[in-house]
Structures are given as C-alpha cells and as structure tokens.
Write a protein of this length. Structure first.
Length: 167
C-alpha cells in the first residue's frame, strides 16, 4: 500500500496542471471555463486504474496538451450528478470500461491546497475569484482491473493516455 500512496503523492502536482489546463482552455481553445452554475465548485475527482499481470504493477496516466504534465485522469462533478456516477462516466470515456468496481481511496482536502500556489502573481487578475483557482477537495477512487480489457482514449485536453509501469 505504501507504493500506492507514493504514486498518489507523485501525481499530486494537480494544481500546477490545473493552471495549465485553464490557460489552454481559455487561450488556445477559446472555451469558457467550467461554470459554477453547471459544476459543484471546489470538488474534483481523480481515479487510479491499476493492473497487475503477475510481474509488474501498471497505472493509467494521461499527458496534457503542450504542458509536459502527467496526471491521473479526473474531472468535476455536475450539480445534478452523483460523485460515483461522474467517475464511472469518466472511466467509460477514458478507459472504455462500462462495468468496473471502484473503491474510494482517499479524500485530499488540506486547507492549504490551492490551485494558485507559487503561480499566484502570474494568474491573479486573469481569473480573479474563479472557483477553479481556489481551494479544492479531491476524492480519489481506484480500481484493479485486467489490462487486456482497457482501451485508453485521451480526452480533448490530453495528448495521450497510456499504461505506465510503477517502479
């Protein structure tokens, strides 16, 4: 289990990544940031899909467009959506799995978690008071599955999504 915790902590640079995604959405795609009217503010989910083939442990990781950042797949929860339903939908879209048993691993919610962090000076003024730049609580789920049943598919923000060996 300590390796699993290490994996999660290694990919907890979530907020630096979030800033890159926001910048990409607004500047490159000319899309609007997710609205507080549609999504529950300050709540995110991530999921860890693991495979063990008897020799090595693998994890699905995605790489965001033009950022060099790798992350666990994740997303936001709509107001009218159950958290588990949102996660299952994302698992279906990104991994091609319709039936999967997910177990809640951990909720990250430290009061000091901020999307701005050391980038505060750079992003202040551009999106002042937007909920995506404030403190977030992330609920992380995991699943151990058979790698042969998965067809990873990148979303519109990702260059790739693939299996990586955990060392």
């Amino acid at each position: 289990m300590s390796q699993f915790v290490t994996i999660i902590l290694c990919f907890s640079g979530y907020f630096r990544l979030l800033l890159k995604i926001i910048s990409f959405l607004v500047q490159k795609k000319k899309k609007q940031l997710p609205s507080i009217e549609e999504f529950m503010p300050y709540l995110a989910y991530d999921f860890v899909i693991l495979d063990f083939n008897g020799k090595q442990l693998q994890i699905i990781i995605l790489e965001y467009h033009n950022t060099g950042f790798f992350a666990l797949p994740g997303g936001f929860v709509k107001h009218d959506e159950h958290v588990v339903s949102a996660i299952k939908k994302a698992v279906r879209e990104r991994a091609g799995l319709d039936t999967i048993y997910l177990e809640q691993f951990h909720t990250f919610g430290s009061a000091s978690r901020s999307a701005l962090g050391c980038h505060e000076d750079h992003f202040r003024g551009q999106w002042d008071n937007h909920w995506m730049l404030d403190r977030f609580i992330s609920i992380v789920y995991y699943a151990l599955i058979n790698f042969n049943h998965v067809s990873p598919k990148p979303d519109e923000l990702s260059d790739s999504i693939d299996w990586y060996v955990v060392v």
